[in-house]
Every structure is written in structure tokens, then in C-alpha cells.
Design a protein around this ligand. Structure first.
Ligand code: FES
Length: 77
């Protein structure tokens, strides 16, 4: 028994963010971080991409996935 062959759309991670670009790349200068904690989206479902808006919670509930944000922490010296 072979699994059903997936259509290309079934394999997409990014469903709607900057689809006009051949590759989505975000560059952030660490020096520009204003708050001590900034969360960046890794689930590709955030409406404020590349910043996490907690959409990963709904995505995980619906799909059984376990994705979450990348959290950058700034040390206060
Ligand atoms: Fe994508 Fe939080 S919304 S990781």
C-alpha cells in the first residue's frame, strides 16, 4: 500500500505570505531591537509576519503540529 501522491499545494509551508517574491527573506539588525523579547514567526501563519501573532496556537490545534516562534532575548547590561 502506497500513500496517496501529494499535490504540490499540499507540500507548501508558506500559504500566502509575499507570494509575489521568489523567496521570502527577512533581515533584522540586532541593534535595532527595542524591547527585551521579540518573537519571530516560524509557522508562516502570522498576520504580522515576520513577527509572531500567536497564530501558531490555532495552527497547532487544527493540525496537531508543534511549531512555535523564535524568541530573541536582549540582555540588559
Ligand atoms: Fe507563527 Fe507564532 S504566529 S510562530
Amino acid at each position: 500500500f502506497l500513500p496517496k501522491k501529494k499535490k504540490p499545494r499540499d507540500c507548501l509551508i508558506n500559504l500566502k505570505i509575499q507570494k509575489e517574491n521568489p523567496k521570502v527573506v527577512n533581515e533584522i539588525d540586532i541593534e535595532d531591537l527595542r524591547s527585551t523579547n521579540v518573537c519571530y514567526c516560524r509557522c508562516w501563519r502570522s498576520k504580522t509576519f515576520p513577527v509572531c501573532d500567536k497564530s501558531h496556537i490555532k495552527h497547532n490545534e487544527l493540525t496537531g503540529d508543534n511549531v512555535g516562534p523564535l524568541i530573541l532575548k536582549k540582555k540588559i547590561l
